[in-house]
Write a protein that binds this ligand. Structure first.
Ligand SMILES: [Zn+2]
Length: 244
């Protein structure tokens, strides 16, 4: 086998491993951002729920105050009744008391509604707060794990890049550039076998001349179908297999 092809095969393995690690490594900031966005949304939801709950609490106090005022107004009017001598004035005050009673009754109804609402909003707020706290704890530990993973992967990526670089400098630049173009354009597979007279990557039938060249292994042979570098894997030959 052409030693240049051996190097390309090695480079393909090293570069694949490097890309795999890089992908994992780049996944970490994305996941971290996802967690932070999620937590932020939970925080905002809890805040909005708290605001709604507080708003209804304020309304409850307002209605309670209205009722208090209505009741003391009624007490005053009733006391007035005792001092009135004039019948017309007496009837007018009675009418005012009835009107106050109606208003107070409406306020009482409103108070019940508002209190129910306060209770509902309080529960929603508590749920949101609890969810946020629980998530925060589990996400904190995930964030810590990510941090550790990131450091480990960072070191492995550096190591893998060094391995690739070591191989790269042994390969002629023009060949290297051709290899990279195919590697990037063909999902990380730049080298294929010619065994069975077919390109193992694109499956095209190879011309006898190409097969001969690949078998001989003294030239760089490129598949006419997919432009990948071809070699004949002698370890896959039947003769070889039968001796295993
Ligand atoms: Zn091919």
């Amino acid at each position: 086998m052409d030693p240049r092809l051996c190097s390309l095969l090695e480079l393909q393995r090293a570069l694949s491993a490097q890309r795999e690690l890089e992908k994992e490594y780049q996944e970490i900031p994305r996941r971290r951002q996802e967690i932070l966005t999620y937590l932020n949304n939970l925080k905002e939801e809890a805040l909005r729920a708290e605001e709604r709950y507080k708003k209804y609490e304020v309304e409850q106090r307002t209605v309670e105050l209205e009722i208090q005022e209505g009741q003391s107004a009624r007490v005053k009017k009733e006391a007035q009744l005792l001092t009135i001598k004039n019948n017309k004035e007496y009837q007018a005050t009675l009418a005012e008391i009835e009107s106050l009673d109606r208003r107070n009754a409406r306020s009482e109804e409103r108070l019940i509604e508002v209190m129910e609402r306060v209770e509902k909003e309080r529960k929603l707020f508590e749920e949101k707060r609890k969810e946020r706290e629980e998530r925060e704890i589990s996400f904190q530990s995930e964030l810590q794990e990510l941090e550790i993973r990131e450091q480990g992967l960072g070191a492995r990526v550096d190591e893998a890049r060094k391995v690739t670089e070591k191989l790269r400098i042994t390969i002629q630049p023009e060949l290297y550039n051709r290899f990279i173009r195919v590697f990037n354009g063909k999902q990380g597979v730049a080298v294929a076998t010619a065994n069975g007279n077919h390109c193992s990557a694109c499956n095209i039938r190879l011309t006898p001349r190409l097969v001969q060249l690949a078998k001989r292994g003294q030239d760089i042979v490129v598949c006419e179908g997919c432009q990948r570098f071809l070699y004949w894997d002698h370890s896959l030959d039947e003769d070889h297999l039968s001796t295993l």
